[in-house]
Design a protein around this ligand. Structure first.
Ligand code: PHE
Ligand code: NA
Length: 463
């Protein structure tokens, strides 16, 4: 076997890089929305239980497979069972698709950071500001290319000198920023036109309190599915990224600890994102103002920042810088995973591979960035929403492919290669794998069933 020259220097570098992949827009614009929609504390509890069981099993599998095979998705699945190469290819295709639009989102965020830094907080709060921006045929392209370029530059520099080096300062800073903004959110208050006073603390309690009113079996199931799909998107599992990152971990690293830390980091930032966004939205627009996705980040929040007055500019800068860090470290992991697979398939050098991929993805990003102007399309997706190019890519990769891949990989690991394969890798550093039993049950029985239901639901077969 060819020896890998690429490694993380140690546990910390790996954990921060993997956390960098995990912490992304999902934490910032989807987790808070789901928590507010799905009964606050009720969602939090369900999510936490799922992280410790289901998320733990999927993340453990990906990372252990990567370290054991020392390969990325295609090579790893082929090495485990040659007949399952197709699953490796399918897994590889997820980042291939995500990469077409992730830099576009990163570009939007960068644009907003620039807007706040240059003191245009009021302009950004105007009703049609975001629409005017994304439907323009220049600015979104320029910012997407910039974001793509920075991502490529970091990946070009390699695992330790590029990815690890950047993650090691960016992730701690990100953590500090979310804490600062969350604390600030708790201190604000506002009296609206009708004379009603709302405080950040009330908003925080609204976030934490389990809302059990009108809880039916059906609603409970919906919350469960929401939490589950959020979870594996959030942990960057079932897309080969954690297999690639796992393949860079040295044999002496204790994977048990590393995996715990990655889960704590990702879930912690998701929780803190809720603590910074939900109270702020609550104070200035009540419980109705919580949107999700781009509309939360680029329409609702700018209004909240503007309502904060002078402080809003500053909070806006902190927020969008946080979001840049979150998105950049995820974008890096997506490109790295594609790069690593390509290097293995074509036996090319990192530099050459990154250069070729950069050309392809600069072009792809430009096309997707123009999906709201020149290449505008409207497609009705099976989940009922109407989407443009970006949403189509997002839907195929996240709603269709990921649950399907997760389902097949739990079957492969649970029943074909058997859980012992992963368990022995988990104990390779000489440490005991404490949650062995839990892992076995999850990967063989619980996860496949849950993934099957999620797949049916997200493809619209079951609704
Ligand atoms: N895990 C990231 C998040 O929660 C999303 C992501 C998707 C990262 C795909 C990498 C690749 O936002
Ligand atoms: Na995440």
């Amino acid at each position: 076997m060819e020896k890998k020259s690429n490694h993380f220097s140690g546990q910390l570098g790996f954990v921060l890089a993997a956390a960098g992949s995990a912490v992304g827009v999902g934490n910032l614009w989807r987790f808070p929305y789901l928590a507010a929609k799905d009964g606050g504390g009720l969602f939090l509890i369900i999510y936490l239980i799922l992280v410790l069981t289901f998320g733990f099993a999927l993340l453990t599998s990906d990372i252990a497979i990567g370290r054991h095979t020392q390969k990325s998705a295609i090579g790893a699945y082929t090495q485990m069972r040659p007949r399952w190469k197709f699953l490796g290819i399918l897994t590889f295709l997820v980042p291939v698709l995500i990469m077409t639009y992730y830099a576009v989102i990163g570009g939007w965020i960068t644009k907003y950071a620039v807007v706040y830094i240059t003191g245009q907080a009021q302009a950004a709060a105007a009703d049609d500001y975001f629409t005017a921006f994304i439907t323009s045929s220049t600015s979104p392209v320029i910012f997407a290319l910039l974001f793509m370029g920075v991502t490529a530059f970091i990946v070009y520099n390699g695992v330790e000198k590029g990815i690890e080096k950047v993650s090691k300062w960016m992730m701690p800073v990100l953590l500090v920023l979310v804490v600062v903004i969350a604390v600030y959110s708790l201190t604000i208050s506002h009296t609206d036109a009708s004379g009603q006073l709302r405080t950040g603390l009330q908003g925080f309690l609204y976030y934490l309190t389990p809302d059990l009113e009108g809880l039916t079996v059906q609603r409970f199931l919906q919350i469960l599915l929401d939490a589950m799909s959020q979870l594996f998107f959030s942990l960057s599992v079932s897309m080969g990224i954690m297999i690639t990152y796992g393949s860079y971990v040295k044999p002496e690293v204790n994977l048990n600890k590393a995996i715990n830390q990655i889960e704590i980091f990702d879930t912690g930032v998701a929780f803190l994102a809720g603590a910074m966004i939900i109270p702020a939205v609550y104070v200035f627009s009540g419980t109705e103002g919580m949107g999700a996705g781009p509309s939360l980040m680029f329409i609702s929040l700018p209004k909240v920042f503007s309502a904060m007055g002078k402080a809003g500019t500053f909070v806006g800068i902190l927020f969008f810088v946080t979001a840049i860090f979150a998105t950049l470290s995820s974008c890096i992991s997506v490109l790295e995973s594609i790069t690593a697979n390509c290097m293995e398939i074509f036996h090319t050098s990192r530099k050459k591979t990154v250069l070729v991929l950069s050309v392809i993805y600069l072009a792809a990003s430009a096309v997707i960035a123009l999906g709201y102007s020149i290449f505008y399309v409207e497609v009705k997706l099976p989940n009922g929403s109407v989407g443009q190019l970006l949403d189509i890519m997002d839907y195929i990769s996240n709603s269709v492919m990921m649950p399907f891949i997760a389902l097949l990989s739990t079957i492969l690991i649970g029943w074909v290669v058997t859980p012992d394969y992963v368990i022995s890798e988990m104990e390779r550093s000489g440490d005991k794998f404490r949650r062995k039993k839990l892992y076995r049950v999850m990967i063989r029985f619980v996860a496949p069933v849950m993934m099957f239901i999620l797949f049916l639901q997200s493809t619209g077969i079951l609704s």
